[in-house]
Design a protein around this ligand. Structure first.
Ligand code: SF4
Length: 442
C-alpha cells in the first residue's frame, strides 16, 4: 500500500513541476512515507526522520513532509511538538496537504480543503512518475482504503481510517492510464480486498471489479491482496478460476493455528474454518498458490498453542508464509488488555522454527517446477539477470541479452530453490547451477 501511495505522491509532485533526485541532499522536498505495522518499521521511520534534521538545519527552505501511518488520520500534534522541523504532515494515501503547501503562493484564493478536493477529483488519472513510465511492468492499485475490522494486534484501522472503497470508474480509469504508460500487471490492494464494494450501494463486488479489469486492453495480468478468510466467497474463487488474466495466487493470512489465540486476536474464524477454506480454494482454482501470514508469540501463546500453529503450517503446505514476531502496537486492544508475556527469545525461537519449516515446504513445492515450461512476465534486469514471476507468483531469474522487460515468455525451469527459480528460454543453453564439490573420504 505504501509503495502505491509513494507513486501517487511522486505523480502529484511531477504535475506541479518537481522531478526526482538521486540524493536527499539535492532535494527541495523530501517525503518520508512511513509504516508502523511493526515496532521495527516504526523505529526505522523515527531513525530516518531524525537523520533529516541536519539537512533542514543547513537549508531551512527544504520542505520535509512526513506521511503515512506514523501520522495517521487523527491529527499529529504530538509529532509536531517532537519534530518541529517537519513542514507538512500527511495521512496515508493523501498527497493533498503537501501539494497545498507547495502551491500556496499560487493558489492564495483556494483554501487547503478546496485544494484537497481538487486532488481527490484527479485521483482517477494517476500518471506514473516520468522515470517509471515505460519501465514499470507491475504495480499496485489501491481499491479499498482503511479497515473497519478490529483485530486486537493491529494498528492499521487507527492509522488508515475506516474502510472505504474507491469508485469503480476511478479504478478502471487508473488501470487504463497505467497500461497506456507501459504497465502489464496490476495488483488490486485492500486491507481486506474481498470487501471491495460493500460500502457502495449497487456497486460491483471484487469479482465484478476483476471482470471489468479483465476487459482492459493491453493489461496482461491481475492480482489482488490481501484476503480475509471470512470474506472469500465462492463467487470470487469462481471468478479467479474463470478469468484468464486473473492469476491463480491467493494471499489469505491465518495469523495463528490455535483457536484460543485466534479468538484473542479477534479474527472471527477457527483453524478448522481456515483448513476448509484452503481446501475450497484448491478445489476451485487448479494449480493455485496460497500465501499466508503468521504472528509468532502473541500474548497468551503457550508452547502447546504455538505447536498447533506449527502443525497447521506443516499440514497445509502453503506456498508462502510471511512471518512476524509479535510486537505491541500502542493504541491497539492487545496493548490495552493483554500482557505481552512471551519472552523475546522465545518469540525468536518460534519464528525460526516456522521459518525453517516453511523453507522446506517452499523448496518442495518449487522442486515440482523443475523441467516444466511456465509462462513468466519479466519485469526488470537485476545484476545481469532478468527477473520475472510465474502466474503463481514464483520468482524466476533468467540470463539473456534479449530485452525481456514487460514480455510474457514461456520458459523452462532449470533450477529451483525455496525462494526463487532459474530458467532458460526455448533453444537457449541451460544455465548450470554451481554445485558444491564433494570430497569422498576413503
Ligand atoms: S483485517 Fe485485521 S489485520 Fe487486517 S488490516 Fe484489518 S484490523 Fe488489521
Amino acid at each position: 500500500m505504501n509503495v502505491a501511495d509513494s507513486l501517487r505522491v511522486a505523480s502529484a509532485l511531477e504535475r506541479i513541476g518537481y522531478r526526482p533526485t538521486p540524493r536527499a541532499e539535492q532535494a527541495d522536498v523530501i517525503v518520508l512515507n512511513t509504516c508502523v505495522v511493526r515496532q521495527s518499521a516504526e523505529d526505522k521511520a523515527y531513525g530516518r526522520l531524525s537523520s533529516l534534521r541536519p539537512l533542514k538545519a543547513a537549508r531551512p527552505d527544504l520542505v520535509i513532509n512526513l506521511m503515512g501511518c506514523l501520522v495517521g488520520v487523527k491529527g499529529h500534534d504530538r509529532l509536531k511538538a517532537r519534530f518541529p522541523f517537519v513542514d507538512v504532515f500527511s495521512p496515508p494515501s493523501d498527497p493533498g496537504p503537501l501539494v497545498a503547501h507547495l502551491t500556496q503562493g499560487e493558489t492564495r484564493l483556494l483554501d487547503q480543503a478546496e485544494t484537497e478536493q481538487r486532488f481527490l477529483a484527479m485521483d482517477g488519472d494517476l500518471t506514473l512518475p516520468l522515470d517509471e513510465r515505460g519501465k514499470l511492468v507491475a504495480t499496485h492499485v489501491p481499491v479499498v482504503l482503511g479497515c473497519s475490522h478490529a483485530c486486537t494486534f493491529c494498528i492499521i484501522p487507527y492509522r488508515r481510517g475506516v474502510e472505504r472503497s474507491r469508485p469503480v470508474g476511478e479504478i478502471i480509469a487508473e488501470i487504463r492510464v497505467l497500461v497506456a504508460q507501459g504497465v502489464k500487471e496490476v495488483t488490486l490492494l485492500g486491507q481486506i480486498v474481498d470487501r471491495y464494494g460493500k460500502d457502495i450501494p449497487d456497486g460491483p463486488s471484487l469479482a465484478g471489479l476483476l471482470r471489468l479489469a479483465q476487459e482492459v486492453d493491453g493489461l496482461e495480468r491481475i492480482r489482488f491482496l490481501t484476503s480475509h478468510p471470512n470474506w472469500m466467497n465462492d463467487e470470487l474463487l469462481q471468478t479467479v478460476a474463470e478469468l484468464p488474466k486473473v492469476m491463480p495466487h491467493i494471499e489469505v493470512p491465518v495469523q495463528a493455528g490455535d483457536d484460543a489465540v485466534l479468538a484473542q486476536m479477534h479474527r472471527g474464524y477457527t483453524a478448522d474454518d481456515y483448513r476448509r477454506l484452503v481446501e475450497r480454494i484448491r478445489q476451485r482454482i487448479p494449480g493455485v498458490s496460497i500465501a499466508t501470514d503468521i504472528i509468532a508469540g502473541f500474548p497468551g501463546e503457550s508452547d502447546a498453542r504455538f505447536q498447533r500453529t506449527y502443525n497447521l503450517l506443516d499440514e497445509l503446505k502453503l506456498d508462502v508464509a510471511h512471518l512476524a514476531r509479535y510486537s505491541t502496537r500502542p493504541g491497539t486492544v492487545a496493548e490495552r488488555r493483554m500482557h505481552d508475556n512471551v519472552p523475546e527469545v522465545e518469540k525468536w525461537r518460534r519464528f525460526r522454527a516456522l521459518e525453517e519449516l516453511q523453507e522446506g515446504i517452499a523448496a518442495e513445492i518449487s522442486a515440482r517446477y523443475l523441467g516444466e515450461n511456465v509462462e513468466v512476465l519479466f519485469e526488470e534486469k537485476v545484476r545481469g539477470r532478468w527477473r520475472g514471476r510465474t502466474p503463481t507468483n514464483k520468482l524466476v531469474f533468467l540470463e539473456s541479452d534479449q530485452d525481456l522487460r514487460g514480455r510474457l515468455r514461456n520458459v523452462t525451469i532449470t533450477w529451483t530453490g525455496p525462494w526463487s527459480m532459474q530458467a532458460t528460454l526455448p533453444g537457449q543453453p541451460q544455465f548450470i547451477q554451481p554445485v558444491e564439490m564433494l570430497t569422498l573420504a576413503s
